[in-house]
Design a protein around this ligand. Structure first.
Ligand code: DC
Length: 223
């Protein structure tokens, strides 16, 4: 694979996209960018600045505030920085997961991040995961994959992760959040979650990380 290649991984929440994107990035020595983390960063910002209170969003306020936001994904550590603060852990809080899909549905937020995500692809080859990478951000990506898995399997994985982080949450709450996010991400008007026509689809429900990794490598090397 050429080191200036772009690998796009899209799909539903908690299907293993970021884990596999990281593995590919280590294997091919190209940066990994978790685009969902950027949407989570903006959501956290809106919550902390009280621009988003409960379900009430001050859209205009968020629009103005965007000018003062510096959001940076660190290639080496995989951490996300918001105006210099490392927010890698905070963006995984259930409160952020509950609201991120509505923030990500706003066209001015997508425009703001689209520019930054595309810019990263100008600088070098990379592997990026998200919902619209193969369809909108990098429609010309060299390799495109689309991940799917059964909702219960995905919820169980996410539940284990959150439990390991010491968060108090039930399996049912995790499952409900995933189903709600899938619907919001798939039904929004701007850049909805879709498989690009030329993306290779994989169902990760019954596969281990190693098996999915082997599948991706085989497809990349065969191209
Ligand atoms: O990958 P994730 O679950 O951390 O993403 C969080 C949310 O961000 C997801 O529910 C939808 C949104 N997102 C998006 O709309 N477009 C992307 N390219 C990546 C994420």
């Amino acid at each position: 694979m050429n080191p200036s290649s772009i690998i796009a991984i899209d799909g539903f929440a908690s299907t293993g996209k970021s884990t596999l994107a990281k593995r590919l990035s280590q294997h091919y020595k190209i940066p990994f960018i978790d685009s969902g983390a950027m949407y989570r960063g903006i959501t956290l910002f809106a919550i902390e600045k009280k621009i988003l209170k409960g379900d009430n969003l001050d859209r205009k306020g968020l629009g103005f505030a965007l000018e003062g936001i510096k959001i940076k994904f660190d290639f080496n550590s995989g951490d996300l920085f918001l105006n210099g603060e490392n927010i890698a852990e905070k963006i995984r809080l259930p409160l952020v997961s509950d609201h991120v899909s509505s923030i990500a549905a706003l066209s001015f937020i997508r425009d703001f991040l689209l520019k930054q995500l595309r810019q990263m692809g100008q600088e070098s080859g990379l592997v990026m995961d998200g919902r619209d990478i193969g369809t909108v951000v990098f429609p010309e990506a060299d390799y495109k994959f689309f991940f799917n898995a059964q909702p219960e399997v995905r919820a169980q994985r996410r539940f284990e992760e959150l439990k390991a982080q010491g968060q108090k949450i039930t399996f049912d709450a995790v499952l409900e959040n995933l189903i709600q996010r899938d619907a919001l991400d798939s039904d929004r008007d701007v850049a909805p979650l879709r498989r690009a026509y030329d993306a290779i689809e994989i169902d990760t429900s019954e596969r281990t990380t190693d098996e999915v990794f082997a599948f991706l490598l085989q497809k990349i090397e065969a191209k």
